[in-house]
Design a protein around this ligand. Sequence first.
Ligand code: PEP
Ligand code: MN
Length: 337
Amino acid sequence: MIIVMKPYATKEEIANVEKKLVNLGFTTHPIYGEIKTVIGAIGDKTRVEASNFSNMAGVEAIVPIMKPYKLVGKELQKEPTIVDVEGVKFGGKELVIIAGPCAIENEEQIYSVARSIKKSGAKILRGGAFKPRTSPYSFQGLEEEGLKLLHRVKEDLELLVITEVVDTRDVELVSQYSDILQIGARNMQNFRLLSECGKTQKPVLLKRGLSSTIEEWLMAAEYILSAGNPRVILCERGIRTFETATRNTLDINAVAVVKELSHLPIIADPSHGTGNWRYVSAASRAFIAAGADGLIVEVHPDPDNATSDGPQSLRPEMFDDLMKVLKPIAEAVGRVL
Ligand code: PEP
Ligand code: MN
C-alpha cells in the first residue's frame, strides 16, 4: 500500500508512520517532498486495517496497490478458469444453458420440464428444493423430497442438476443430490455458508446479491476459494435500483467488468433479472452477445399455476425458440451453443 501524507506533514508525523510500519513488519520506501511525502509500504497486509493508519496525525490517504481479492482476481492467475462439471464446461468455448422451474413441485412437473429442456439443448436442470421466499407464508419448497426427485430425474434422463442451498446445516445433504451448489442472491454475504461450500469440492454457482457491488460479489467468491474450493461460477441476476418496471435491473456491465477483474466464469439469470417472461429473450440475447458463459433460465410447463415465479417463467416451447434464436448470436461472438 501507499500512504499519502498531508501537505506539510511534520517530520515527526512522517517518522511515526514509518515507525509503525516497520513495527508491523513492513519495509518502507518513502519519497520525501518539499510539500508532500508519500510512503510506499511492502509487506503482509493481512493483519493490518487501513484505519490503523488513516487516523494517524498527518495522514491524508491510504492507497491499496493489490486488489482485496487475491484468488479470484487476475494477479495470481491470468488465464480463465474452466469449471468442469462432469464434462459440461463453464468458461470454455461452449455456452452452458441451465433451465428448469423455480421450484420442484411434483414428479410430473419436474420430469416434463426436464424432458423438454433437454430436447431443446439445455445441459443442466435447475429446480429449487429449499426456496428462500420473501414471505414466510409462500411455498418454501419440498426440501429433501425435492432433492430426491431431482436426483431421480438426473439418473433417469442423464441430465446434470443444480439446486440452492440456503443453510450451512444442509450443505452436506444438498451435495449428495446436486451436481452444483447454488448460493442465492439473499445469501451472497452469508459468510458461514460461503465457507462451508468452500470446504466441499462441489462446483458453486454464486449469485450476485440484490444490492451488492461487483467488488462485494468477488469478495464473496474469495470466501469460497480461500476455503479450498476453486470451482466457482458467478451469476449476474440483477440488482435493485430505483426502476420498478422490472423486478430487478440486470447489470450487463458486470460481464465485461468481471471478465477484466477475474478469471472465473460468469453466467446470467434473465428470469430473476427481469421478473417478466416477455423480457427474458431480449436479456438472454444481450448477455450472450456481451460474452456471458451461459444462462440460467426458469421454465415451467404451466406458469399460470406455478408455486413460485410463474410470471417470469418461459413455457417449454418458448424456451425452445429462445435456444434457436441464441445459436447464431453465440456463433457471432465466437461461441458454440
Ligand atoms: C432462484 O434461482 O430461484 C432464486 C431464488 O434466485 P435469486 O437467489 O437470484 O433470487
Ligand atoms: Mn425463482
